[in-house]
Structures are given as C-alpha cells and as structure tokens.
Design a protein around this ligand. Structure first.
Ligand SMILES: NC(=O)c1ccc[n+]([C@@H]2O[C@H](COP(=O)([O-])OP(=O)(O)OC[C@H]3O[C@@H](n4cnc5c(N)ncnc54)[C@H](O)[C@@H]3O)[C@@H](O)[C@H]2O)c1
Length: 399
C-alpha cells in the first residue's frame, strides 16, 4: 500500500479523485490553505489529515505512515517543497514545472542525489492515448532516422476564465513568460523519441488581445516558440503554453522514411502515418489514419478514458505505482525534469535576446552545475510582490 500526501488541492483534487479509486493507494494527508478546496473530498477520506500548513502536513502525514508527497502547489514553488520533502525523508512526485530558476534546478538534482529519495515529474501529456500511439509507431522504427519533431500546447480562454485561473496579483499565471510552461509540448517529444534537448533558440510574439488585460495579466505575449538541437541528432520545435488561436494540442514527428502526427486538421481520435512511395513497406498504405485506441490494455484503457488529459492523468498514477511500489525507474526522472525547466528558462532569455542560441546545462555534470548554481533570475514575484529579476513579456513597442 502506497501512503501518499497531496500538497495543493486545486489540480491536486484531480489526482485525489484517482487515488481514491485505487486499492493500492491510501491518502495520508492533504494540504491547502484554501479551506474550500481542502475539504472538497473530506467525506471520502478514511484517515487523511487535512492541513493548511506544509510543515503540519508533513508531520501529520508521517504519523499516518506517509512515504511520498504529490506536489500540486504553485507552478514556480515546486522545487522549494520538493527539497523540503526529500530532506524530511519522503519521495516526491511533482507537477510541472520541476524548478523555476537554474539555481533551483541544481539544488533539486543535488538534493535527490544526496538524500537518495525518489523523484518523478508527473508530466501527463506523453501518456495521452494519441501520444502513446505515436510513441509505439516511433519505437517500432518505421519512421527511419528521426529528423524533426513538433509539439504545440495551446490553452487560452475568456477574460472570465483567465481571472478564475489567476487568483491574486502575485499569482504565477499573471507573471509566467510564454516559454515557461514547456513540459506539455516538449515532454511528449522527449518521451516519444527518447531524446534530450541540448541547445535552445526561441522567439516570442506580442498579443494586442492580451495587452488589453495587462493590468492583471502582465505576460501579454501570445506565443513563445522554442527550437532545439536534440541529443539524437534530431531538431525539435515546440511551444510553452500559448494563446494562439489554434487547436488545443498537436504533435508531429518526421523521419527520413515516414512521419506520424495528430491534432490540427487530422480527424479527432486518429493518428496519421505517412510514407513516401519509395519507402513504403509492402504491407502498409501510403497514408493511414490509425485509431487512437489502446483497448488491448483492458481495464486500464477503460479507466484511462474517463480520466483527464486524454487518459494521461490515469497513466501518471500507473507510473507513480510502478516507481514507488515496484521500483521501476520513471522516464521523467529528476535529470529529464530539470532539463525541461532549463529549456523553458533559457528559451525565455533567448526570446529576450532575438533568438540567441543557448546551451542547456547537463545537470549530471558537476562543472556545468557550478556554472549556473548562483543563477536565481526569475520573472515571478514572491508573496509580497517582490523579487522579480526578469521581465515576463517582450518590451512593448507600441503601435
Ligand atoms: N499536468 C496538467 O495537466 C496540469 C493541469 C493543471 C495544473 N497543473 C499544475 O498544477 C499546479 C497547480 O496548479 P492549479 O491549477 O492547481 O492552480 P494553483 O497553482 O493556483 O493552485 C495551487 C493550490 O495550492 C495551494 N497552495 C499553494 N501554496 C500553498 C502553501 N504554501 N500552503 C498551502 N496551500 C498552498 C493553493 O491554495 C491552491 O489551491 C501548477 O504547477 C500547474 O502547472 C498541471
């Protein structure tokens, strides 16, 4: 039985819902300073402590046998609490992003190494049904040499929706540069192609629509697009979270013999595979539209269908169990997690400097860690509205 605590009960409540349905997981404690969110599942818990303070959450959880925490607190504060939890002897599953500064990337990696606690990023988009079909096609080798990959994550909304998602003037969603929410676009590319980003160059573009609400959302660029050299020789182009008028998400990987993609103009629920005439195997079509269907995985496929993000949330719970109960190493370990955060952070610096090409540190290397250990630049304010050391939008040039 895995006894887990959940820190942050907004997004966290989606996972609480899934944990409650799982016979191998018991929720030992939940923490949120917002009482309404904290008590949402109160009647369904057996023994969980409900706390509004993190230290009390750790103490009460440990009394109940808690061995791991799921971090679903503010986007830019995950590493702070991951370090606290690991130093308190607990394993950590963290929502995205792993760290908000390069200094935090170093601290997180070193804490995981020093404490030998388990750490996994709960990045869910690679585990949507469509992306898993893509991963299967690519792992079969039918695309040939991988040349190019694309990932696009679009998530905007009406002013009312954005207000609801951005409670308070210091909330991270009001200050997050467009490249920072990178894991939903880059994570699937890394997982499908088993690659890591090496260099990043990026550009952002201003949105007049978002500029109209700049008094309470200061990050008024509409898109941040990153371009990377990957360690498997491939190049990749991907977004952070964008407000482009476009479909929700889309992914594409092209090799020298075939390509696979979904989203955009492709029929919903399908993955499109394309061959050249001269590379097509005899038993395949030039173009095939494959069903995004994993029903051969039986009950899990059914359960995934009713969970969020194309089944990704349910499959993250399976990944958590494989790691924390069975001991199987996760794909999104601490090194891949901080590589994504660093790509987002350096991608933004590239945007501020006309697409400068920047090397992403290898956080396994002590000397490369040392080079960024003191790099605390951040676009996010603290709870008092202080501490910002980077702009969160391109300089406005006016009309
Ligand atoms: N993977 C996904 O599909 C997905 C979807 C939504 C959100 N998220 C991620 O989940 C995280 C949380 O996002 P959210 O949508 O819940 O919004 P949010 O960040 O506003 O909510 C965080 C919650 O944590 C609580 N909290 C934060 N710091 C606390 C503290 N020190 N003590 C007590 N309570 C504290 C807040 O009260 C709030 O309820 C973010 O990192 C976000 O990126 C991921």
């Amino acid at each position: 039985m895995l006894k887990i605590g959940v820190f942050g009960a907004w997004r966290g409540n989606s996972y609480i819902n899934l944990f409650l349905q799982d016979e191998e997981i018991e929720i030992a404690a939940v923490c949120d300073k917002d009482k309404e969110k904290l008590y949402e599942h109160r009647d369904e818990f057996k023994h969980a402590a409900l706390c509004s303070n993190f230290d009390e959450f750790l103490a009460q959880g440990k009394k109940r046998g808690m061995t791991a925490v799921f971090l679903a607190n503010y986007f830019h504060e995950h590493s702070v609490y991951a370090v606290k939890a690991m130093r308190a002897g607990l394993d950590v599953i963290s929502e995205c992003t792993a760290a908000a500064t390069l200094a935090q990337c170093v601290e997180l990696v070193e804490c995981a190494e020093q404490t030998s606690r388990k750490y996994m990023l709960a990045e869910n988009y690679p585990f949507s049904t469509e992306n898993l079909i893509m991963e299967r096609i690519i792992s079969e080798g039918s695309l040939g040499t991988l040349l190019y990959a694309e990932g696009e994550y679009n998530h905007s909304g009406s002013n009312e929706q954005l207000r609801e998602l951005t409670p308070g003037k210091n909330h991270w969603r009001a200050w997050m540069p467009r490249t920072y929410y990178v894991t939903h676009a880059l994570g699937p590319i890394m997982y499908m192609t088993k690659s890591m980003p090496l260099y990043v160059s990026a550009r952002a573009a201003h949105s007049d629509l978002l500029y109209k609400i700049k008094d309470w959302r200061h990050n008024y660029d509409g898109v941040g697009m990153m371009f990377c050299e990957m360690d498997n020789g491939m190049i990749a182009r991907f977004t952070g979270c964008t407000a482009m008028a476009s479909d929700y998400s889309r992914y594409r990987v092209a090799g020298d013999t075939a390509s696979a993609e979904w989203g955009g103009y492709i029929e919903h629920g399908k993955v499109r595979k394309y061959y050249f005439e001269h590379t097509k195997p005899e038993n395949e079509e030039l173009i095939s539209l494959l069903d995004a269907d994993l029903s051969e995985s039986g009950a899990d496929a059914e359960k995934a269908k009713s969970a969020g993000h194309g089944g990704g949330d349910y499959r993250v719970v399976l990944e958590i169990k494989k790691y924390l109960i069975d001991g199987a190493e996760p794909f999104f370990d601490v090194y891949r997690a901080v590589a994504m955060s660093a790509t987002a952070i350096l991608g933004w610096r590239s945007c501020l400097n006309h697409g400068e090409n920047i090397r992403i540190p290898d956080f396994r290397s002590p000397s490369e860690r040392d080079a960024v250990r003191g790099d605390t630049l951040t676009p996010f304010p603290d709870e008092n509205g202080e501490g910002i050391s980077l702009p969160c939008a391109l300089p406005y040039k006016g009309k």
